[in-house]
Design a protein around this ligand. Structure first.
Ligand SMILES: *Cc1c(COP(=O)(O)O)cnc(C)c1O
Length: 335
């Protein structure tokens, strides 16, 4: 199947499967797993942090970050479109007693600095305590401008707030902008990073931060049932995600641009090419097109999409340029 539903569908590489087979392992709850320890210290060096924690998912990495930065009755500021507000089941509120303060995301994925400034609560018993600003990069496939990261960090300093980056697709942001993951991470006290999306690891995310933050996160991870034992089997594959899969993302970005360019020429599809910056293509579909029928027709030709009034098509390592050309022809034939 040519699967555009998400980059989470990527299959682990041959090298990953071999690394998993030969991985040296131990009990990671005791800190004894050499492959996990190796991944964590490699990632901390790569992104420029003191320490890192290997966790089962991006959702868990974000939740641990929020719970490590904030106490009960604290608040984090984030975008309305933020994954850690909108798509994580309200975990920070449910499990951390932490209040989200979501703010409008502008078209370029940023949040107006004045909106952030006026959402920061003064020290007053009526209010939750504002502790943290959380951003997401990439957001909807868009790379946040570096000036926005710098301005947000300055604002956070001014108000003694911490900063977190949901960097599920930080590697895509880095490759698209020609900056390193460390350079983008400089503006943040903590970063979460998914290894199981475009980077093709079977399972796993990382949380990066200073030693104190990671120690708190490790405690919450255990409480949440996320203490894994011989997790080195997963960490061995996850390390290859960082060493062998990052630069390859440029191909996914090229394929997304090709897909978007071709799609924009088909009647009934409306695209904003400025938003096609990494591996995501959003296409508004005219009402005259039956999207469910289109999805069913494509499925018969071995192509998977999630139907919707706006299609989100995601490119990744298991979709080639030839697959994109085939998909465009299939869409035309279905229509
Ligand atoms: C996928 C994703 C997550 C969560 O990752 P899971 O591993 O699916 O829990 C968090 N943030 C963003 C921006 C994501 O795209």
């Amino acid at each position: 199947m040519i699967d555009f539903r998400s980059d989470t569908v990527t299959q682990p590489t041959e090298a990953m499967r071999k690394a998993m087979y030969v991985a040296e392992v131990g009990d990671d709850v005791y800190g004894d797993d050499p492959s996990v320890n190796e991944l964590q210290s490699y990632a901390a060096d790569l992104l420029g942090f003191d320490d890192a924690l290997f966790v089962c998912s991006g959702t868990q990495a974000n939740l641990l970050a929020l719970m490590a930065h904030c106490e009960r009755g604290d608040e984090y500021i984030c975008g309305q479109q933020a994954h850690n507000y909108k798509f994580e089941g309200g975990g920070a509120a449910v499990l951390g007693s932490i209040q989200p303060q979501p703010l409008t995301n502008l078209a370029d994925g940023t949040i107006a600095l004045d909106d952030i400034r006026s959402a920061i609560k003064p020290d007053d018993i009526h209010f939750a305590r504002t502790r943290l600003i959380s951003l997401e990069n990439t957001i909807g496939g868009i790379v946040l401008p570096e000036s926005f990261l710098a301005d947000t960090q300055a604002l956070a300093f001014e108000h003694r707030l911490k900063t977190h980056l949901d960097g599920a697709r930080l590697a895509n942001a880095a490759v698209a902008s020609g900056r390193s993951m460390a350079q983008i991470s400089e503006y943040f006290d903590s970063v979460s990073l998914c290894l199981s999306k475009g980077l093709a690891a079977p399972v796993g995310s990382l949380l990066l931060g200073d030693e104190r933050l990671i120690a708190k996160a490790r405690r919450w991870r255990k409480m949440l049932g996320g203490g894994m034992r011989q997790a080195g089997v997963l960490a061995a594959a996850a390390k290859l995600a960082l060493t062998e899969q990052v630069e390859r993302l440029a191909e996914d970005h090229d394929n997304a641009r090709l897909l978007a360019t071709e799609l924009a020429q088909i009647d009934g599809f409306e695209l904003d090419m400025g938003r096609v910056q990494t591996n995501m293509v959003f296409a508004k579909v005219a009402e005259s097109i039956d999207v469910k029928a289109l999805a069913a027709g494509l499925r018969e030709q071995g192509i998977l999409i999630t139907p919707g009034a706006t299609l989100r098509l995601v490119t990744h390592k298991d979709i080639s340029g030839v697959d994109v050309v085939k998909t465009i022809q299939a869409i035309k034939s279905c229509l």
